[in-house]
Design a protein around this ligand. Structure first.
Ligand code: F6P
Length: 325
């Protein structure tokens, strides 16, 4: 219901000032839609709220982005007044409960609404997969498939031109997307914020790999890693190993696009479970995936917390990229 784009500033520093991933998300992004359709910006804090007609939902299952036009709101996140205003608008509009869909900032905002007495349930949705209480968030699978498709193509070029390819993927402070796309894309190495990167060791591995006749080398780097993908690329080129290192930054290619079937099904399951929780008067919970089941997790255990990257997956990415004999 709350959004900020074009309403006030987004509450994040521009990417080039963040030195990689940084920046905190904020606010709540969920709400009632507008007939204006895709791209229309709803200004709930300004009072633009109305019921959605059923037919407005037709066809949405195959679309990326948000038909609601919602986004981060620094006014909601940072100002007490903004929160009270939002709550007031919702009450005026007769909203009896909220399903808040989003990442860490959105779910923290959801907890605020719950604590202020508005029945609220969270649905985890972020390509970063850094939300605790769920094995997967909505959007991760689509972003991962996009990254892997691009990595496959980049590897074709790397083979043809005998280059070292450094691919930067999104994920903010989380290395999940990098590790999983390195495993699925058959990359030779990955660098993530959660584990110390060893650029010199990686360079040695790269050189050895080429000496042994491997036709390409691909490194997947999380945007929050240190060194950054760009710095590592420069480091390799400055070392002058006789081959060229190229940087590809995937950026927002990963955050849009047609959702995968897995994401559609996960979103449907979580959405239904969220409405079920509201119907059961179970406010203040997030619905999350645990094995094959959807479980309710207190929003208090989710807000402000980060899901840890499984060290086993990180190790697996390393094991699978061992040098050829
Ligand atoms: O949190 C989702 C995410 O796509 C991150 O992976 C990324 O750092 C960020 O949002 C990008 O958003 P913005 O362009 O606003 O920085």
């Amino acid at each position: 219901v709350f959004e900020s784009r074009g309403f006030n500033e987004r509450g994040r520093r521009p990417r080039d000032e963040r030195g990689g991933a940084g920046g905190g998300a904020g606010g709540v992004r969920a709400g009632l839609g507008g007939r204006g359709g895709r791209g229309r910006v709803l200004r709930a804090l300004g009072g633009e709220l109305r019921p959605i007609e059923r037919e407005e939902l037709w066809g949405l299952v195959q679309q990326g982005g948000t038909a609601l036009g919602t986004g981060r709101s620094s006014q909601f996140e940072e100002e007490e007044e903004g929160k009270e205003k939002a709550l007031g608008r919702l009450r005026e509009a007769g909203v009896g409960g909220m399903v808040v869909i989003g990442g860490g900032g959105s779910l923290s905002g959801g907890l605020e609404l719950h604590e202020r007495g508005l029945p609220t349930v969270g649905v985890p949705a972020t390509i970063d997969n850094d939300i605790p209480g769920t094995e997967l968030s909505v959007g991760v699978d689509t972003a991962l498939n996009t990254a892997v498709t691009v990595i496959d193509r980049i590897k074709d070029t790397a083979t043809a031109q005998r280059r070292a390819m450094v691919v930067e993927v999104l994920g903010r402070d989380s290395g999940y997307l990098a590790v999983m796309s390195a495993i699925a894309g058959g990359a030779d190495a990955t660098m993530v914020p959660e584990f110390e990167a060893k650029p010199q060791e990686l360079l040695d591995l790269l050189n050895e790999s080429y000496e042994k006749g491997k036709p390409r080398f691909t490194v997947v780097v999380a945007e929050g890693a240190s060194p950054t993908a760009g710095e590592f690329c420069d480091f390799v080129n400055e070392a002058g190993g006789g081959y060229q290192a190229d940087l590809t930054t995937l950026g927002h290619i990963q955050s849009g696009g047609t959702p995968t079937a897995f994401d559609r099904i996960l979103a449907a399951r979580l959405g239904a479970a969220a409405v079920g929780a509201l119907a059961d008067d179970a406010s203040g919970v997030m619905v999350g995936l645990s094995g094959d089941e959807i479980r309710r997790v207190p929003l208090e255990e989710v807000a402000g917390e980060k899901r840890k990257l499984d060290p086993g997956l990180y190790r697996l990415a390393g094991v699978l990229s061992a040098l050829p004999e």
